[in-house]
Ligand binder design. Structure first.
Ligand code: ADP
Ligand code: ADP
Length: 213
């Protein structure tokens, strides 16, 4: 089963992507994480995308297609995967179709996590990420047991530099303009499920799991 998690920054794609991954036993592929790994590694892709990600703009579709194509070569994706943050443009959606067709795979479901702008700002301003294992926290909604430390691996928690308010405003605009049209695109294919992503994480998780049952 191949599932796409769609939604604005802060909607809960990462949170529910990892829950779905455990539930379905499929890899969670976050293109944001892949890009941040490339930047941290300082490789050639990392150099090309670093300032784009820092400014909250979209990395060119060709670079993203290459990255996803390469990730799909790994055998753990043969039974399906949870895509988080990809596709983000109509062109990426068409490229994904081609990439999956080449592998004789198909997209089964797209879950659209719906949240309002005020909630996005609240979530991103309090988001903290473990530098060790990538686990997600929120200073108010999902605080770690020990301040500044990851519950899972004890790693240090930090704030993503692109969660700065000014960059968040740009990311929200980019979402509305470039990514939101995907909702209609996938609705027309009849694989879209709308998820009310407001409310306790456990409640949203139930809705997410229900949508892939
Ligand atoms: P995305 O991957 O879509 O950007 P995340 O999963 O990183 O979103 O969630 C953004 C922030 O909001 C994180 O700090 C997370 O802990 C928090 N969060 C996720 N889901 C909820 C929820 N249902 N209610 C409150 N906070 C949430
Ligand atoms: P969020 O969880 O807040 O939605 P991500 O971690 O998915 O953010 O993405 C962080 C940044 O990485 C984006 O603002 C963008 O610069 C880049 N990025 C991630 N995925 C894509 C993609 N599919 N196409 C273009 N840029 C991307």
């Amino acid at each position: 089963m191949n599932v796409v998690l769609l939604g604005p920054p802060g909607a809960g794609k990462g949170t529910h992507g990892s829950a779905l991954s455990r539930h379905l036993g499929l890899p969670h592929i976050s293109t944001g994480d892949l890009l941040r790994e490339a930047i941290a590694a300082g490789n050639s892709v990392g150099h090309r995308v670093e300032s784009i990600v820092a400014e909250g703009r979209l990395v060119p579709d060709e670079i993203m297609a290459e990255m996803v194509r390469e990730r799909f070569q790994a055998p753990d994706t043969s039974g399906g995967c949870i895509l988080d943050g990809y596709p983000r443009t109509l062109e990426q959606a068409r490229m994904l179709e081609t990439i999956l067709e080449e592998l004789h795979r198909r997209l089964d479901r797209v879950l659209n996590l719906v949240v309002d702008d005020e909630e996005i700002v609240r979530r991103l301003s309090g988001r903290r990420v473990c530098e060790g294992c990538g686990a997600l926290f929120h200073i108010d909604n999902a605080p770690p047991r020990r301040a500044g430390r990851c519950d899972t691996c004890g790693g240090e928690l930090s704030r993503r530099t692109d969660d700065d308010p000014e960059v968040v405003r740009r990311r929200m605009k980019v979402y509305r303009k470039s990514t939101e049209p995907l909702v209609a695109f996938y609705r027309a294919q009849e694989i879209l499920r709308e998820i009310d992503a407001i409310g306790p994480v456990a409640d949203v998780r139930e809705r997410v799991l229900g949508a892939v049952a």
